[in-house]
Design a protein around this ligand. Structure first.
Ligand code: ZN
Length: 351
């Protein structure tokens, strides 16, 4: 998501919504014997490196410690490559703010997620994975939806605790504005935000059975629309979805993950838009959304990139034309040379 600079006459700020995480390849996650995904103490834990063990086993094969070190180093190199590529692709001027939302391609699926990967992501993008970003009176709630399995794992507990705090803060801000700046006893110590329901941004969509009701140019192909989604893998669980809606009552939800576009209305009042993949790797017609948002309204427009098949067609046609031109040029040169040699031969004979 990119907070642009434009503001229209209604005072709405423009921002660009991109599905970023599926741009990056999902490298096979390095799983170490000592790794306890989504468990353990909080702290900047690095995977165990096996220091102190023998470098090679007696028969000359790399020891488990050495193999582990190689895997860890390769994973780190992959991660640094991805970060470099991301910054190259989304380079921007200094007066534009880039806000990044965590997804399963950044920290793995729930079973792969651990503190090390989460904190590595937070360190690179200098922000907590679950937070509120407020711009010009608009609250954007960014949710780490990978940690909403509700299984009580330490990262899930930490994210839920943060969400409960943010929900309290937002509700207190609303109550505070309605009660004329009189802080209620139950809201003491809460952080105040502009008193408007948030726009919720998360990688996984809220629970829906399938994409059967989705239409539009970038909806899932008809043959895939009736495939049932798996809770906690394709979409959030029913419980987590209901909890988020009850806690935050968002005025708009923007999500990704499914690679296809879709518009859903939850409980007849909470609209959700799944932003399709912004990558030719996942679809022929990637797109992004330009959103103009003010504290009381929003307007969205979808912008399509050129279709991959069109670009390939243009390159192939241009290549074929160049080849024909080259052939014609060669034939013309050959003819010219033949003509010149005949002329020279004629002159020679006449002498
Ligand atoms: Zn995803």
């Amino acid at each position: 998501m990119d907070g642009g600079r434009a503001a229209d006459s209604a005072g709405r700020r423009s921002l660009l919504l991109l599905r970023v995480s599926h741009l990056l390849p999902h490298h096979p996650q390095v799983r170490l014997a000592e790794d306890q995904p989504c468990t353990g103490r909080r702290g900047h834990r690095r995977p165990a490196d096996g220091l102190g063990g023998p470098r090679h086993s007696a028969v000359g094969h790399p020891s488990p410690g050495s193999r582990r070190r190689t895997l860890v180093r390769q994973a780190e190199e992959h991660w640094e490559d991805d970060v470099r590529r991301f910054h190259r692709m989304f380079r921007h001027s200094t007066d534009t703010e880039l806000v990044v939302l965590v997804g399963n391609h950044d920290i793995g699926f729930h079973y792969e997620m651990d503190w090390f990967k989460l904190q590595r992501f937070e360190k690179v993008f200098n922000a907590s994975s679950t937070r509120i970003v407020t711009k010009k009176g608009v609250n954007f709630l960014l949710v780490n939806s990978v940690a909403l399995h509700g299984d009580g794992c330490p990262i899930c507990q930490s994210v839920e605790k943060e969400l409960i705090k943010l929900s309290r803060d937002l509700n207190c801000s609303l109550q505070n504005s309605q009660s004329g700046s009189r802080v209620m006893d139950s809201c003491e110590g809460s952080q105040l935000y502009p008193p408007t329901p948030p726009i919720m941004l998360q990688h996984y969509p809220l629970f829906r059975v399938s994409d059967a009701g989705c239409t539009g140019q970038d909806a899932a192909p008809p043959e895939d629309r009736h495939l049932l989604f798996r809770e906690k893998y394709d979409v959030l669980s029913k419980e987590a979805s209901q909890r988020l809606l009850q806690w935050f009552k968002p005025r708009l939800i923007l999500s990704g993950h499914t690679h296809s576009g879709c518009e859903v209305l939850h409980d007849n009042k909470y609209p959700e838009i799944s932003v399709p993949s912004f990558s030719w790797r996942n679809r022929n017609n990637p797109s992004f959304i330009l959103a103009s948002v003010s504290p009381g309204s929003y307007a969205l427009s979808k912008c399509f990139l050129p279709e991959e098949s069109t670009v390939i067609g243009v390159y192939c046609s241009a290549g074929a034309c160049l080849l024909l031109l080259l052939l014609a040029h060669c034939l013309w040169m050959k003819g010219l040379l033949q003509c010149l040699s005949l002329c020279l031969l004629g002159k020679h004979k006449s002498l």
